[in-house]
Design a binder for this molecule. Structure first.
Ligand code: AMP
Length: 282
C-alpha cells in the first residue's frame, strides 16, 4: 500500500496498472476513516483488481461558517485501515495540488441540489461535484463507491455521471451504524458523552419512519411529522430538516407513490448530523 501526494504519481501508478490490464476502483473520502469507509473499500476490493482511496478534506465543499479547520485528520490511522482492507493506493493531496493559483473551473448542478443539504449548505454540492470530477479525471476508475449515508450526494454524483457522460459505474453502499444505531461518521468525534447519547434520536426517528412505511403509511407529512415529534422530544436536538423526497430528483413529494428518500439533518449541540432511509430498502 502506497501513499502519494501528487496527481502525477497517481497517473503514473494507474497507467502501470492499466498496462497490465487491471481494473481500478476509487473510494473518495475526506479521511478519518471508520467502518463506513471500510465497507466501501471492501466493496471496491471485491469488484476491482486495484483500489485507490482518496483522502482529502476538500475546502471547496465547506461553507464559510462550517468546520473545515476543525475537521478531524489522522493519515497514519487511515493508512492502517486502508492497508488492512486491501486498498492499494491512498491519494492524499495538499489543497494546492488540487486547486492551483488561478483555479476557476467548477462543476455545478441545479434541481437535485435545491433541497435537503443543498438548501442548508449552498456551496456544498458545487464543491463536491468539482472535486469528484477532478478525482474521476485523475484516477480514471472503472467504478467509484459512495455511501448511502450521504444519500443526496450519491444521487447528485449518479446524475452528474449520467449528464456529463462520465465513463464509469457508480456503486451505492449501505449505511454502516454503531451497535446502538448511530450512523458512523467522522463528525461523531465532535460529540460529548451526553451529546453522543442524545444523537441516538436520529437513528430512532429513522427506525420510526421505516416502521410507518412498512405498515403501509403513504402520507409523507404524516411520516415526517411523527419523526419530527420524536426528534423534538430530545432537548439537545435542533432540526435542520426532516423531509421526504423523490429518490431520483430529490424534490419534495406529498405521497409515497414512487421510490422515495426520507432524509434528516439534526444539530446535536453544535454538531450537524445526517441520517436517512430509502423506501426501497424498507
Ligand atoms: P466522508 O469521508 O464523510 O466524505 O465520506 C466518504 C464516503 O464514505 C462517502 O461516500 C460517504 O457516504 C461514505 N460513508 C461515510 N459514512 C458512512 C457510513 N456510516 N456508512 C456507509 N458509508 C459511509
Amino acid at each position: 500500500m502506497k501513499i502519494v501526494k501528487t496527481v502525477a504519481e497517481v497517473r503514473e501508478q494507474v497507467k502501470a496498472w492499466r498496462a497490465e490490464g487491471l481494473t481500478v476502483g476509487l473510494v473518495p473520502t475526506m479521511g478519518y476513516l471508520h467502518e463506513g469507509h471500510a465497507s466501501l473499500i471492501d466493496a471496491s476490493v471485491r469488484d476491482n483488481d486495484r483500489t485507490v482511496v482518496s483522502d482529502f478534506v476538500n475546502p471547496m465543499q465547506f461553507g464559510p461558517t462550517e468546520d473545515l479547520e476543525t475537521y478531524p485528520r489522522d493519515l497514519e490511522h487511515d493508512a492502517a485501515l486502508v492497508e488492512a482492507h486491501g486498498g492499494d493506493l491512498i491519494f492524499n493531496p495538499e489543497p494546492a495540488e488540487m486547486y492551483h493559483d488561478g483555479f476557476s473551473s467548477f462543476v455545478d448542478m441545479t434541481v437535485l441540489t435545491q433541497e435537503l443539504c443543498g438548501l442548508s449548505r449552498p456551496v456544498h454540492f458545487r464543491g463536491v461535484c468539482t472535486v469528484v470530477s477532478k478525482l474521476f479525471n485523475i484516477v480514471t476508475p472503472d467504478r467509484a463507491y459512495f455511501g448511502k449515508k450521504d444519500a443526496q450526494q450519491l444521487a447528485v454524483i449518479r446524475h452528474m455521471v449520467d449528464d456529463l457522460n462520465m465513463p464509469l459505474e457508480i456503486i451505492g453502499c449501505p449505511i454502516i451504524r454503531e451497535e446502538d444505531g448511530l450512523a458512523k461518521s467522522s463528525r461523531n468525534t465532535y460529540l460529548s458523552a451526553e451529546e453522543r447519547q442524545a444523537a441516538l434520536i436520529l437513528s430512532k426517528s429513522i427506525k420510526l419512519g421505516m416502521e410507518l412505511v412498512k405498515n403501509g403509511e403513504t402520507d409523507a407529512a404524516k411520516i415526517t411529522g411523527e419523526m419530527t415529534k420524536l426528534i423534538e422530544s430530545e432537548p439537545l436536538a435542533k432540526i435542520d430538516y426532516v423531509k421526504m423526497v423523490d429518490a431520483a430528483t430529490m424534490q419534495q413529494i406529498p405521497a409515497l407513490d414512487r421510490p422515495a428518500l426520507c432524509a434528516i439533518a439534526v444539530y446535536i449541540g453544535k454538531t450537524r448530523l445526517i441520517d436517512n432511509f430509502f423506501t426501497e430498502d424498507v
